[in-house]
Ligand binder design. Structure first.
Ligand code: G4P
Length: 290
């Protein structure tokens, strides 16, 4: 898998992406990094701190509708302890988005004071969105754009081609997000990205992935998962994950001629249901694992 992702993010591509983000960085006062609430470790870009240097930032923990609420709260606290402002959002329903402008203002309070002390009356703050593919950058920008006034276009003094959304009276957001690469050289990160569907299934062995997901679910034992497949404790405790995949397939009637279970179909079904949060609101990575 890591080989395929390396092809997707070959070094030249990474360099170009980095340069593009760095040039946008010159136009903004802060960076909002979107991450996936289910995998807050794996959905972060490993080089972000180095790319944005001292630029103030905040973290938007997206897809909270699919993650465990207690875990999300723990993540917010975890970031807080690191001095990073984080808010929980859900771009599907729009929940939490009203915290965005206040959070940016908080992160930029010092800068705002500085600008005001220099005599600027209503200083305008600018922010850009960054994140790895599939974390919800476009969803976020579209939602914010719909909620707020039309784009501010062709602003004098700003490079042509850059467009901004006014999202509060003193706040503008760049309309194009910075797309960053994940930490693809780590096998666990690759697996967790694949669990959530952030990387394409064609590049993975789907049954192996389902088995790895079952390894995790067997430990966590989410109530919805157990109930959905009417599993007994013995199913979870005493059998290998591959056998559990067979059992799940059998329960869903996924048999081929000869009575064997079609484990590929079972794997696809299991992953689809996990990705749609039908097995529960599950957070795969906890703060103490970081
Ligand atoms: P990107 O720009 O960072 O690449 O991500 P994008 O907004 O395209 O979102 C990727 C997928 O995640 C989309 O689903 C989107 O609807 C979904 N998504 C984004 N934010 C949230 C959220 O807070 N909660 C949930 N449940 N889903 C979210 P898709 O299946 O690829 O597209 P579509 O079916 O929505 O059209």
């Amino acid at each position: 898998m890591s080989e395929m992702q390396n092809i997707q993010w070959f070094p030249g591509h990474m360099t170009k992406t980095k340069r593009k983000i760095q040039s946008s960085l010159k136009l903004v006062d802060a960076v909002a990094e979107i991450i996936d609430a289910r995998i807050p470790i794996s959905s972060r870009n490993p080089d972000l701190a180095q790319i944005i240097q001292s630029k103030p930032r905040l973290v938007l923990i997206n897809k909270c509708d699919m993650a465990n609420q207690t875990a999300t709260k723990m993540w917010i606290e975890h970031f807080k302890r690191q001095g990073i402002t984080a808010i929980a959002i859900d771009c599907k329903s729009g929940r939490g988005l009203n915290q965005f402008a206040p959070a940016v203002n908080k992160v930029l309070a010092q800068r705002l004071e500085k600008l005001k002390s220099k005599g600027m009356i209503n200083p305008m703050l600018r922010i850009m969105i960054v994140g790895i593919p599939n974390v919800g950058k476009s969803s976020f920008i579209n939602r914010i754009a719909k909620q707020n006034r039309a784009k501010v276009e062709d602003r004098p003094g700003v490079t042509r081609g850059n467009q901004w959304y006014t999202i509060a009276k003193n706040l503008e957001m760049l309309d194009t997000p910075g797309v960053l690469w994940p930490k693809f050289d780590d096998k666990i990160v690759g697996e967790h990205l694949a669990f959530t569907g952030a990387v394409k299934d064609q590049i993975l062995d789907i049954e192996l992935l389902a088995v790895r997901l079952l390894d995790f679910l067997k430990k966590l034992k989410p109530k919805d998962f157990i109930e959905r497949f009417k599993l007994e404790d013995a199913d979870i405790e005493n059998i290998e994950s591959y056998e559990l995949l067979e059992l799940i397939g059998k329960k869903r009637g996924m048999l081929v001629s000869g009575g064997e279970v079609n484990t590929e179909r079972a794997a696809i079904m299991l992953l689809d249901e996990f990705r749609a949060a039908k097995l529960g609101r599950i957070t795969v990575e906890m703060p103490y694992e970081e």
